[in-house]
Every structure is written in C-alpha cells, then in structure tokens.
Design a protein around this ligand. Structure first.
Ligand code: LLP
Length: 440
C-alpha cells in the first residue's frame, strides 16, 4: 500500500522519501522513533490548523453567527490547547481536569462550555470560580446545584440545557446519545426538557441562554442532524417561546462529525455538515418566525484524529498455520482501546517501506495481557520484520485521551511536527510516574 492510497487517513503533510520512509511534517518517522522511542504519537501541526480552520470557514460561510468549540475530550494537552486557541477556537470541556488544563494553557475560560451528565458539585464550583462561559445543564439536581453555587459566588451563570431529541444517529451503540434511552440530555418527548426549562427560569442566579443536543459520534449521515434540528425547532417555537415565554439565543447541534479511519471511509466534508445544519435551522426559523440563534459546533474527532499518527516497533511474530499470523508491537490497548471497545478498524503502514508490495495478511497484536488486545485484524502488509516500524494513521482522537496504565504501561511520548522540526508535547511516562500516587 502506498501513501497515495491512504490520502484520506494520513496527516495532510504526509509524504515519503525516495527510500519509502514515511514523513510527517517534513520529519521522517525513523529519525523521530530513534529520537523519542516508540510507541510514539505524532501530531502534524499543519493538519491541526487546516482541519480546525475548515470547520470555522464552513460555518462562517453558511451562517451569520457561529462559533467552533474544540471538544477537548478527543485529546487535550496544554500545547494542543494553545495551538487551537491561537486559531481563535473556543472549547468544550467535560471535567474539572480538562478545565484545569485549558486554564493552565491560558485559554479564555469565558469561551469554555462545560458539559457532562453528572458534573459534581466541586467540579461545578471550580469551573464557576475560574469563570467558564457556559454550563450545559444535564439534570434536575444540577440545576439546583449550579444555582446555589452561583448564589454563593454572587454571580449569574449563563447556562444551556442539553435536550434529547429522540433521534437515532446510527453510530456504535456505545457512542449514540440522542435517543430516548440514553443517560444524556433531557428528553423532549417525555416533557422533561420543558420541566427543566421552567425550573431554570425560576432561578435568578441562572441566565437561560439556549439549547444543546449531541446525537452521537461518529455520524456519517447528514439526515440525523436535520431531524434533530427540526425536533428542536418545534420545541423552541411551541414550548420555549409560546408556552414558557423564553427566547433561545444560543443553539448547539453538538459534534460527532465523522473522520476516515479506513481510506475507503468517505465522511461528509465540513461544508456538507454546515449546509444541512444551517439550512435546516434557517428554514425552520423562517417558517416559525423566530430569530436565528448563535450556534456552536463541537468537533473533536474530525480535527484531532487525522492530525495524529501512532508509530510502533514490530516485535514477535507467531504463525498459526491455516488460521492467522500475529505480529506483536510494543503498544496496544493501553494507548488505543478503540479496536477492543468498538471494533474500530484502522489502516496499517509499513512505515519504513511504504512502497513495498503487500505480501501477507496479518493481525497486529498489542503487548498487553488480554486476548482482545488486537490493534488491527487481517491487514495486508509486506512481510513485517522484528525491529521495523509500523504506523497507524487517524490515531489522534480518543486514543491518548482514553489511554490507561493497564499492565502498568508507560503512556507514550507525544510530539508535534512542522516544517522539518519536531518537539515533545508530552514526554513518555516513566516508572516514577506510575508510583507518584502511592503512599508507601
Ligand atoms: N459534544 C459532545 C457533547 C460530545 O459528547 C462529544 C463526544 C463531542 C461533542 C465530540 O464528538 P466528536 O466530534 O469528537 O465526534 N470514545 C469514543 C467517542 C465518544 C464521544 C463522546 N462525545 C470514540 O473513541 O469513538
């Protein structure tokens, strides 16, 4: 497989040397692996910037008043946050930890939206003390808690309400969120969303700004966004405005925008998502005669995934005649749980000889003590030799973010590359990191 056949999954700056060595950001992966070790996560600055700006541009072209929030849960660290805030993006955060990292990166916290189906009172307190711009309420107890803390701090907290439109976005069952049977969002259908808004508007310490929905992730179809927005538009018109007398100044259709993991994946472009989202909202607002809200979009995966690539060193090989050949690498489910959790499928590249012909089908196994620790099943590769490098593209989202110390693995080093230069973004963990919490 040549890199030309992988143009949907590789970082935008990907190239190869005449010798067939994969290059990202003008740096060859062999030299990077020598310098930083493997497993290694490489983020391409050009991709981060261009993919993020594609979202900003697509919505700026399709709607008068939009704001793109990067969904920090896909991957965040201080340097990564700085890169995105330099591009003038805002942020979605789901924990005190993410908010602390954004704060330490000097992100303007008034541009942070705090989500989550069960934010704890200390998290809420800390977020409000730091001045997060919006809290996206997702439960009745939380309405009381946020109002109480706002009172204590002597502030009025702007809030949105996360509602569930009852729309199935046909994602993996573990990542679908907009249906009735979900822990996320107050359902419109059962009347809970209406009840929550009546409760919010009774609280002087809360300023109701609008509604949020998020249908799931990754969503390859455009239709669910249209259906969800239609449900919300009816709710805005009939319940919020006509029945409760509140206006909806802000609206978020969430994130969940798809990215390619296999080169054959063909996700819609940002401008296609922008078109369906903005057109549906504009048409509904016109039909129902309400003014257009400020909209916020929350892409995470569609910025981070393709910007990042994971590099591993090949180790043991085991042939089970007539059944399968296992090629083990020096990482696995501790840095990428997605194949084990969602049966996610990835491309695999022989990173030092990208132009070599396919010779066999192998299964790339991780090194951790679990049979399900397989990174890629039955992939076509040249005959892989112990000591050589493989690369797995589209590795920038929800891999490091969901990484663990299972088997007391050290989390990998993470680097940024651009214009032939590399720099460490997060160093590899070492033994003392694993013991830093022990009380001995
Ligand atoms: N907004 C909200 C409210 C969300 O819950 C999420 C993702 C996003 C935005 C960003 O979605 P994105 O644009 O990144 O698809 N661990 C799973 C994905 C879980 C997504 C959780 N919420 C995975 O590895 O596929």
């Amino acid at each position: 497989m040549t890199i030309d056949n992988l143009s949907h999954v590789l970082p935008l700056s990907a190239d190869s040397t005449d010798q067939g060595l994969l290059q990202i950001g003008g740096c060859d992966v062999k030299s990077l692996a020598n310098q930083y070790g493997t497993p290694l996560y490489i983020y391409d600055v050009q991709s981060i910037r261009e993919l993020a700006m594609n979202w900003v541009q697509a919505f700026a072209d399709a709607y008068p008043d939009s704001e793109v929030l990067y969904a920090s849960k896909a991957y965040i660290s201080r340097p990564f946050a700085r890169l995105l805030s330099e591009l003038d993006l805002s942020f979605d955060a789901v924990s005190e930890g993410e908010i602390e990292v954004l704060s330490a990166a000097n992100v303007d916290l008034s541009r942070v939206y705090f989500h989550g189906n069960n934010k704890t009172p200390p998290e809420i307190y800390r977020s409000m003390q730091l001045g997060v711009g919006r809290i996206v309420l997702d439960g009745f107890d939380e309405i009381d808690t946020v109002a109480q803390i706002a009172d204590d701090l002597g502030i009025t907290q702007p809030v949105l309400l996360r509602v569930s439109p009852g729309v199935d976005a046909h994602t993996h069952e573990k990542t679908t969120t907009g249906i009735l049977d979900s822990k996320f969002g107050l359902p419109i259908e059962t009347g809970l969303a209406e009840l929550a808004i009546s409760k919010i508007i009774e609280k002087p310490a809360l300023s109701f700004r609008g509604l949020h929905m998020h249908l799931g992730s990754p969503i390859f179809d455009l239709e669910p966004y249209k259906l969800g927005i239609e449900v919300l538009a009816e709710f805005i018109d009939e319940i919020c405005i006509k029945k409760l007398g509140v206006s909806v100044e802000e609206f978020s259709p969430g994130g969940g925008f798809a990215t390619a993991y296999r080169d054959s994946d063909d996700p819609p472009a940002p401008k296609e998502y922008a078109k369906i989202i903005c057109k549906t909202l504009i048409d509904e607002a016109e039909k129902r005669n309400f003014s257009l809200p400020h909209i916020t979009l929350e892409p995470g995966r569609s910025i981070a995934a393709r910007s990042g690539i994971a590099v591993y060193t090949v180790g043991n090989r085991k042939e089970v005649p007539g059944i399968r050949t296992y090629v083990s690498v020096d990482g696995g489910m501790s840095d990428n749980i997605r194949p084990a959790l969602y049966d996610s499928i990835y491309e695999v590249i022989a990173a030092e000889r990208v132009n070599d012909p396919v010779e066999e089908k192998v299964t790339i196994a991780g090194k951790y003590c679990e049979s399900g620790d397989l990174l890629a099943k039955d992939v076509d590769v040249p005959r892989l030799i112990s000591g050589e490098l493989i690369a797995i593209p589209s590795s920038g989202a929800y891999q490091l973010a969901m990484s663990s110390n299972y088997n007391l693995a050290y989390r990998p080093a993470v680097i940024l590359v651009e214009n032939g230069q590399s720099r460490l973004m997060q160093r590899r963990e070492k033994a003392e990191d694993l013991m830093r919490l022990d009380i001995d």
